[in-house]
Design a protein around this ligand. Structure first.
Ligand code: PEP
Ligand code: MN
Length: 333
């Protein structure tokens, strides 16, 4: 249930509502909005008896929330959320481009790619230091050494950093270096990792699981938000289907579905969806045209020698072309 406060409700009145919710045995989470504050009730199993709440001063109305997810739902927060980090806004503005290699391989590789993507308009640098790989024999990432390289990238270029935390053991290390913690597709339902990310001060990018429905994905985001973290970005990266022309099937319909169900920003990763670089530009065009709040793109200076995901990584020139196309598309948005 959502308790909507009047426009002129005071802080004391909000606190009194929170106290009453606590007395009822539930948790109240204030959701400040542009016009007024609403308070979301968490922890109830069924309908909440709201007579007492409605009678409290400053309360405008109570609204039942029909979805199993509450904090991520547009029912509890009608305005779209923008995740703001420094002077970068993800959601509700221009599409934000995050680009870089699949994995940090060396300082030279990371910096070469970073300078290039920065020059062409990327705002956020991606690169994995901890890599979740299908094979235990594949390159697993440079670990902390990779994070230190990302720190250098940030110092030299000013790009913000997004990098993945693959388990609860490396999350606290990752958050020391990352502006955005990436939770990968394979970990979308790793609930202890989600809870820990929810306790972080950093923004979190939550990728859609390989076979996750929209509701399961939003419930995973709810885990993060229920721990207090409001800075959650969703990322559609393709799902498993019977279609085998691409590595995964990019579900562009997820963007309007998420925008309808949730206030959170959503970006698209066409690289992992396609699995092949020649589809990345057309899929990116589609994603921007349909209203994605940004893109996550793999780029490599020498893809044929990349230690992971070389076949889907754009050549530097292709990234420059992609950015030009996005500029052109912005004129139509
Ligand atoms: C990645 O971004 O490199 C990655 C491993 O992505 P996903 O979790 O979507 O497979
Ligand atoms: Mn990758």
């Amino acid at each position: 249930m959502l308790v909507v406060m009047k426009n002129d409700a005071t802080e004391e009145q909000v606190d009194a509502v929170l106290d009453e919710i606590k007395r009822m045995g539930f948790r109240g989470v204030p959701m400040p909005g542009a016009q007024r504050t609403a308070i979301c009730i968490l922890g109830n199993k069924g309908p909440v008896e709201d007579t007492q709440l409605r009678a409290l001063p400053g309360v405008k109305e109570t609204i039942p929330v029909t979805k199993p997810y509450k904090l991520v739902s547009r029912e509890t927060h009608a305005e779209s959320t923008a995740v703001i980090i420094g002077d970068i806004q993800i959601g509700g503005g221009e599409p934000v481009i995050m680009a870089g290699p699949c994995a940090v391989e060396s300082e030279e590789q990371a910096l070469t790619i970073a300078r290039h993507v920065k020059r062409h308009g990327a705002k956020i640098y991606r690169g994995g230091a901890f890599k979740p790989r299908t094979s235990p024999y594949a390159f697993q990432g440079l670990g902390e050494k990779g994070l230190k390289i990302l720190q250098k990238v940030k110092q030299e270029t000013g790009l913000l950093i997004i990098t993945e935390a693959t388990d609860t053991e490396n999350l606290s290390l990752v958050e020391r270096y990352a502006d955005i913690i990436q939770i990968g597709a394979r970990n979308m339902q790793n609930y202890s990792l989600l809870r820990l990310a929810g306790q972080s001060e950093r923004a979190v990018l939550l990728k859609r699981g390989l076979a996750a429905t929209i509701d399961e994905w939003l419930m995973a985001a709810e885990y993060i938000m229920s721990e207090g973290n409001r800075q959650v970005i969703l990322c559609e990266r393709g799902i498993r289907t019977f279609s085998d022309n691409t590595r995964n099937t990019l579900d562009l319909s997820a963007i309007p579905s998420i925008k309808e169900a949730s206030h959170l920003p959503i970006i698209v990763d066409p690289s992992h969806a396609a699995g092949r670089r020649d589809y990345v530009i057309p899929l990116s065009r589609g994603a921007i045209a349909i209203g994605a709040d940004g893109l996550l793109i793999e780029v490599h200076n020498d893809p044929s020698r990349a230690l992971s995901d070389g076949t889907q990584s754009l050549y530097p020139d292709q990234f420059a072309e992609l950015m030009k196309e996005i500029e052109r598309l912005k004129g139509y948005l």
